[in-house]
Design a protein around this ligand. Sequence first.
Ligand SMILES: [Zn+2]
Length: 277
Amino acid sequence: MKNIILLKFCCCFFVAACQIPEKTEPEILKKEASIEKADSLPLGVERLIEAYPGHFVSFKNNEIIWKDGTKMPYDDFKKDKTFSQLINEADLEDQLLSMPYPKGKNVPAPKQKSDPGRVRFEPFFKKMYGASADEVRKNLTTIVWLPKTLNIKLQVTTVNDIHLKLQNISSRLDTMPHLHKYVKNPGGTFNWRNIAGTNRLSMHSFGMTIDVNVEFSDYWRWAIKAEEDDGSRVIEYKNRIPMELVAIFEEQGFIWGGKWYHFDTMHFEYRPELLID
Ligand SMILES: [Zn+2]
């Protein structure tokens, strides 16, 4: 890691010494990312650093180090996890790499055991957004959802500027009346609770998730057709949410629950690490 720091320092010194015109911020970030790459960071760590700028200072001995010094394990070195193990016992590496998220409008219905985004290392989200309801609440603010037309107040986190990203989505949707029926009466944002039927925290606990209109929601638990001998379920895919709306959320770093075999089509959560090209 000393090498990374030294390289960064040399790079900054070189830029200053040669009086190269001042770089814009995205160019500097790009430059730093290429230096990190030269030091062969694991792919998942590279994505993490790019997706959540400002949160991490280094990666060493299989641990990602947060800016306050907190160390978090990256890889548990357990390979060939089953689907159930990925959902229930993920490490940070699994969260980042085990199920690629298909970005964009033209994607097929999800295949069995493909739930990209449902593989989550819970300590990561607790560290990022708050480890208790009270801690999460300290970071919440109120935004007005579609202020020109719907004018609905929502509580969301300010961590990662998520309140600003949702306001961007909101401003855009305000000018798209044909999509309003899908986003009025939102099903909720912040709510510290477990996922139904599990002891895992819902992403709604962290204030970075929104359910759009419940009236247009389809959910896998309502669509189980059969249960197979190994306990896996045969689910009939359903969706009434337009892909035009999905693309607007994805542009701001939110993934959609409609791209999961265990689908939840009103659900959008902030997961920029899964949307990096
Ligand atoms: Zn939800």
